[in-house]
Design a protein around this ligand. Structure first.
Ligand SMILES: [Zn+2]
Length: 487
């Protein structure tokens, strides 16, 4: 296997040194990363390392480092709730190396691209903290029955669209996204950075268990069903089973682990009020994740499910729409993250009006305002995400759902949440982060994920709802994926 990888690496290096990289493949530092088989976040100093590889040793010139200089931009840095006066930002390889109000000279040894920002806003790429890269486009029925090759291609197309909406990073909280992530990181296709959880881990009948009754009863240790063999969700009904499933996700590169601690809207069998895993089962997951240097996040709406998860050592709650005052207080005391979404009302339309799932959706949506109010009152560490599922139409609203936060936050606070704050949640993965380096900020030393916005998103947050028009340049990991200024 390793030999095969090495061989493919050499082939790619050869292609790149011969200047025949496919048009969609990364340039600059990322190409260097791909050619050597190293992480895409290799520091700029190592960018010229292909020359040391056997395939590239015949090249006479050392490739120049790619440098991009953004001139005359106002900066939203992902932390402060304001824009700077016009200044300049230089990216070298995949790193932001200079941020200055004065002029910046590009180094002589660099292959420099100069972008005149014309006073537009340069900001960090957006981060969606609750995304399911593999589950966004296909309807549920198709997920359970369609050819997996087809589903992977759908997810790939969606990943490219996700990046072109300005989302340079997603935290994937369930679904078989490891292969997609690998292909994106290798430059096979354009897409966001993915922090994968791997399979959603659930109990029999819990949220994420989409098995038909014909698959019952399950024999412990018996054959797996479709949802499990595809890696979408795994059923575990004891601490031992939980440990196995958690460790399998970690083995595949999960940056965090996702369990469903309570009932859910979309799942066919679990009532909303149900608490699912027992505390020892949750603790087994927490132990396995923490031994591996990372953390567990859980899907939970109700106070009971949230409190049990916190007692077991869970560090982040997904949703929390039905929480109450005492739950919010507990989360604040323990420093637990709330990863919550301002769900679009249309999400309920995925279910027949009046159906059980439609009713569950109404109940959850009714809690959104209370949950955000409590999050503000108790100053909870709050991440923003969308949780868009089964709908290419809704996916287009990803940015609009960020703008929806102005019901509770100022536009500047909403933008900080979707950049610098979400990046702090990502940093909880510690050494299991697939992308070492700082994300979500415009500062020297941070990874170069940047958007150039035609306008001031703090003055008009609706700009993020129409990325095709307003994001005139999109950069991820130092590579420009969209630039309408050059036309
Ligand atoms: Zn979700």
């Amino acid at each position: 296997m390793r030999e095969k990888v090495r061989f493919l690496g050499a082939v790619v290096a050869l292609m790149l040194s011969a200047g025949c990289a496919p048009s969609g493949a990364p340039s600059g530092s990322e190409a260097g990363g791909a050619a050597t088989g190293t992480a895409t976040t290799a520091p700029p100093q190592t960018v010229s390392s292909p020359a040391a590889s056997p395939a590239a040793s015949t090249a006479t010139a050392v490739p120049k480092v790619a440098v991009t200089l953004f001139k005359n931009v106002r900066i939203f840095d992902g932390k402060a709730e304001k824009l700077t006066d016009p200044g300049n930002v230089m990216v070298r390889g995949n790193i932001i190396v200079r941020v200055s109000s004065g002029s910046i000279e590009t180094p002589a040894d660099a292959d420099a691209t100069v972008i005149d920002g014309g006073g537009r806003t340069l900001m960090p790429g957006l981060i969606d903290a609750h995304w399911h890269a593999m589950l966004v486009r296909p309807p549920v029925a198709s997920l359970l029955t369609a050819d997996t090759g087809y589903l992977n291609l759908l997810a790939g197309a969606e990943a490219t669209d996700t990046l072109l909406r300005g989302f340079t990073t997603v935290r994937d909280v369930g679904g078989p996204s490891f292969g997609l992530k690998q292909a994106i990181d290798q430059g096979v296709l354009a897409g966001p950075r993915i922090f994968p959880s791997g399979a959603i881990i659930t109990i029999t009948g819990g949220h994420g268990d989409f098995r038909p009754f014909t698959d019952l009863p399950r024999t412990l240790g018996g054959p797996l069903t479709r949802q499990e063999t595809t890696g979408a969700s795994m059923v575990a009904d004891s601490p031992d089973e939980v440990r196995v499933r958690v460790r399998e996700q970690l083995m595949q590169g999960a940056s965090q682990i996702k369990l469903t601690a309570g009932g859910g809207v979309a799942s066919p069998h679990s009532p909303l009020d149900a608490s699912t895993f027992t505390e020892p089962e949750l603790r087994a997951a927490v132990e396995a994740a923490e031994n591996w240097g990372t953390y567990v996040t859980v899907h939970a709406y109700t106070p009971a499910a949230i409190k049990r998860a916190i007692a077991a050592g869970v560090k982040c709650i997904e949703h929390g729409q039905l929480m109450d005052e005492s739950t919010a207080r507990l989360m604040a005391e323990r420093g637990i993250w709330l990863s919550i979404q301002p769900f679009p009302d249309e999400l309920a339309d995925a279910f027949p009006r009046g159906s059980e799932q439609w009713q569950k959706a109404q109940e959850v949506f009714a809690g959104t305002n209370t949950a955000y109010t409590l999050a503000k009152r108790y100053k909870l560490k709050t991440a923003w995400g969308t949780d868009i599922l089964f709908s290419p139409g809704l996916a287009k609203q990803q940015g609009a759902l960020l703008a929806k936060l102005v019901k509770w936050y100022t536009p500047a606070q909403a933008l900080v949440m979707a950049t610098g704050t979400n990046a702090q949640l990502l940093a909880m993965s510690g050494k299991r982060s697939p992308y070492p380096g700082k994300l979500g900020v415009v500062e020297e030393g941070a990874l170069a994920d940047l958007l150039l916005v035609d306008g001031d998103p703090i003055a008009d947050i609706k700009l993020v709802a129409d990325p095709a028009k307003n994001f005139v340049l999109i950069m991820k990991d130092g590579k420009i994926y969209k630039n309408t200024l050059s036309h």
